[in-house]
Design a protein around this ligand. Structure first.
Ligand code: AMP
Ligand code: MG
Length: 543
């Protein structure tokens, strides 16, 4: 009864309206003394108290039972009840103290000054049945002093994408913020989706997202940029006490503590990015305001999933020229962002050598995590950097040479009969991974078969039980990911009032590593109609 698992399972679920809240961020950190809700530069504060702006007709469109259970919240009885009112921003419960956080950030490599929660607001913190504290944060709930010239709202399509992907990433085992609910607002939101001078009215929505903290690198950057070192210290001490409390005992010396904290953030960020690389996730906008201090995937915008393996691929049309945030650049950009964070922490930790050790820890951790990831994806017990280098680099060159679905390729690699005689090993089990099956006939098939024979020989050298190897591979190579066109189909159906598509997708994405024969269609490679369709292959930042 005392272990966390059974406590969690047996905990009674409390209706949202009866929860108690404990708002440590508001209580422990200095807020903006001014409350005028107009765009303005905020100084000497970590946040501004705000209120959500009510919407016309809040209706619950989707609900994550898994996130609700984690928080100890009972499932709603009606789509238009109290949950929709609160999570759509029409009602603030007793004990909630909504606020918008102040942060800045480097966008596309340049310092952008004050950004802040322009359409997000944390309602309150909840302590779940597992004893952990988490923020409930609305996205799209109206203007704040940080909204600049924008409307504080979010459209249904981007909200569905955030809702679905948060939960899909969680079940894949990738560190992420979560999503509790998706509420349709009944209000229209005008967006120029293609940035071509054709603004359209679209349905609006609000997502309630959930994380232990939504603090970003940018929360520290703004304090350093505006020379408020007393606040840098207060925010760092708060984050450490709440989320890295082991460092308090381990490092009584503050400089050493801040340096070790930074190193921990570096290590977590390295693990995060190696996980993105494993599952083929491209964040799309890795600005420093979209980097979580806890190493979580945060701010789902124009993200995408690799279909054809391509290091240069980005779903973000705004980044199509420079490809700063493409798949293959993600590790390097993460490190660049950590350098920005290190600079922002200089007022706390003048020991630059210690901060450099943190950055070195990023590189080492990423390398170790990548090695382990490759071992798992290939089903090997060991990977020898030198001895296996050619095997690995030849594989990725083959994947890049012709459009090869990354998810299907690795998932089906486990089906290659590695004990068969050499001439019986061919690329047939992998055929479904090729967008251009003719490429297999034109020499590529033979090259791939050659590689597979080398691979089979390498696997045989380890002489491990097949079941062990298959389990290892199937844990590392998901069967189901949130393919871009699947998200778009869920959006299109929901916009027509049909929730069955999103519900089916949610139920399958909860089991990304399982074989679900009745849902085989959701594991298929992207259909040709989706190749250039908006939302299925490329996305703008318009959301
Ligand atoms: P993003 O590119 O989504 O990370 O957003 C960058 C900044 O713009 C953040 O400060 C957001 O809060 C703000 N922002 C984005 N969209 C809106 C919007 N519709 N209304 C107000 N602020 C927004
Ligand atoms: Mg953002």
């Amino acid at each position: 009864m005392n272990d966390p698992v059974s406590r969690h399972l047996l905990a009674p679920q409390t209706p949202l309206g009866e929860l108690t809240f404990d708002n440590s961020f508001v209580r422990e950190l200095p807020g903006d003394p001014e409350q005028r809700n107009v765009p303005r530069a905020v100084r000497n504060a970590c946040y501004t108290r705000v209120s959500p702006t009510p919407v016309a007709a809040p209706t619950l469109l989707a609900w994550s039972e898994a996130t609700a259970a984690m928080l100890g919240i009972a499932n709603p009885a009606s789509p238009t009840g109290l949950e929709a009112a609160v999570l759509g921003g029409n009602r603030v419960l007793d004990g909630m103290q909504p606020y918008a956080a102040r942060y800045g950030g480097h966008q596309f490599g340049h310092w952008a000054g004050q950004l802040g929660d322009g359409r997000a607001m944390t309602l309150a913190e909840v302590i779940g049945p597992d004893g952990a504290r988490r923020e409930l944060q609305l996205k799209g709930a109206g203007r704040t002093p940080y909204s600049r010239t924008a409307d504080g709202r979010a459209v249904l399509r981007s909200s569905v994408r955030e809702f679905l992907c948060s939960e899909a990433m969680h079940f894949l085992g990738v560190p992420t913020t979560r999503a509790l609910s998706l509420v349709g607002t009944g209000d229209a939101v005008v967006r120029d989706m293609f940035y071509d001078g054709n603004p359209q009215a679209e349905p609006g929505a609000v997502v309630c997202r959930v994380a232990p903290s939504f603090v970003r690198f940018g929360n520290f950057e703004i304090l350093a940029a505006q020379d408020e070192p007393h606040l840098s210290k207060r925010l760092a001490d708060y984050v450490i006490a709440q989320h890295f409390s082991h460092l308090l005992q381990e490092h009584p010396d503050p400089t050493e503590r801040y340096a070790t904290w930074f190193e921990t953030i570096c290590r977590r960020t390295a693990v995060l990015v190696s996980e993105w690389m494993r599952v083929g996730f491209v964040h799309g906008v890795m600005n420093t305001d979209n980097m979580s201090i806890l190493g979580l995937t945060i701010d789902y915008g124009p993200y995408g999933w690799l279909e054809g393996y391509d290091l240069g691929w980005t779903p973000n049309t705004t980044d199509a020229e420079g490809r700063r945030y493409c798949y293959g650049n993600q590790p390097g950009i993460a490190q660049w962002n950590l350098v920005r964070l290190a600079n922002a922490l200089l007022p706390l930790c003048s020991d630059t050598a210690a901060l450099e050790r943190g950055l070195a820890a990023f590189a080492n951790t990423f390398e170790a995590a990548s090695d382990q990831m490759l071992r798992n994806k290939l089903g090997l017990a060991t990977l020898d950097r030198e001895g296996d280098d050619a095997l690995v680099s030849d594989l990725f060159a083959l994947l890049q040479a012709t459009e090869t679905d990354m998810t299907l390729f690795f998932r089906n690699l486990a089906r290659i009969p590695i004990d068969a005689p050499d001439q019986a090993i061919d690329a047939a089990p992998l055929r479904i991974a090729f967008y251009d099956e003719a490429a297999l006939a034109h020499g590529h098939g033979e090259k791939l078969a050659n590689w597979l024979r080398r691979y089979a020989m390498r696997v045989r050298q380890e002489a491990r039980p097949a079941t062990e190897r298959l389990a290892q591979m199937n844990q590392a190579n998901p069967k189901y990911v949130l393919r871009n066109y699947l998200a778009q189909q869920a959006i299109d159906a929901l916009a027509q009032g049909d929730a069955s598509v999103i519900e089916r997708l949610m139920s399958v994405l909860k089991h990304p590593y399982d074989e679900l024969p009745q849902h085989e269609d959701l594991a298929a490679r992207r259909p040709e109609w989706a190749r250039h369709k908006a939302g299925c292959s490329a996305l703008s930042c318009s959301s």
